[in-house]
Design a protein around this ligand. Sequence first.
Ligand code: F0G
Length: 366
Amino acid sequence: MAHQWSGLINEYRERLPFSDNDPVVTLHEGGTPLVYARALSELVHADVYVKVEGANPTGSFKDRGMTTAISQVKQTNTQIVACASTGNTSASAAAYAVAAGLECAVVLPAGKIAAGKLAQAIVHGAKLVAVDGNFDDCLNIVRELTSSYPVALVNSVNPYRLQGQKTAAFEVVDALGDAPDIHVLPVGNAGNISAYWMGYNEYAGKTTAASIDDSACSPSPVSTKVPQMWGIQAWGAAPFVLGHPVAEPETVATAIRIGNPASWDYAQAAQSDSNGWIDRVTDEEILSAQALLAAQVGIFVEPASAASIAGLIKAANEGKVPEGKTIVCTVTGNGLKDTATALGNAPVDFEPIAPTVDAAVNALGL
Ligand code: F0G
């Protein structure tokens, strides 16, 4: 029988802080497609692959960290998990809380969550609180709340989150046979870039500052190298590029509308230790990269995810993409989460035609 992907804790247990008898809460996350993107490869003169994290059970990479964070909570007596979120973390936390039989509380910036993500938290039965403030305010509230009440914090400051997220780097190496030369991904709260860097290093037999478990590297090395990490922020929410927190972050890519990233030091280390960089792209560049990926590659991602593609194209335009290298871009979330932004002003009310083949042929200009 064909191998059925069993979720990332089961697939990568020897490199995760879980032993054989630990409870596992899984929706069979991970095992996402790594798709060769011909149109992008031709555009930037390199071999470009897209890691499609929108294919996870709740439609974003957050499920990787949630299976590990929530499974760890199941080892304790805590009955409630909580997170601050720009939408995807809350969607994932709410779903995994259901799978675990736990309660979930989410604290969100009012009016700044894409409709699909809000719907997910609601249908999974999370308790929602909308704050008149941004993500950074929400994270401060949840951090204090979880330190004073019997509630487990499942934002990426919980080290189990990064442990799960690092497995995306394992999958890339498993698919390509070695690490790519360059890995490009969007940066918001900066957990994901830190997690990928940890994963790539562990597969190469090294640890990083973010590693919590040295034994994760003890199995023999799988890859011979680690990639350069290129992080991409939105223009109006680019604290790493500016070198200081941004008080009022603003971008169409609401998922990365973050001014004071929690994993600041780990992300800085990923950037400098890998000889990479963190750059920023405008909202226009993000939206045109989103459109290009949909129309020329066949992958529909949410705006924040398109930041990685926009950053790669920008680097190519500036002559910074070395020819012929292998490049992986993570696209972090599914386009269906935020159809309003993708459609913009495009007309969606069509004049109905008569229910005949002739009328359809006519209307389609065949
Ligand atoms: N892409 C998407 C689709 C996201 O939802 C996020 C973060 C990021 C990129 C950035 O990842 O924070 O690890 O640097 N979303 C969080 C949330 C903040 O609440 O869903 P990061």
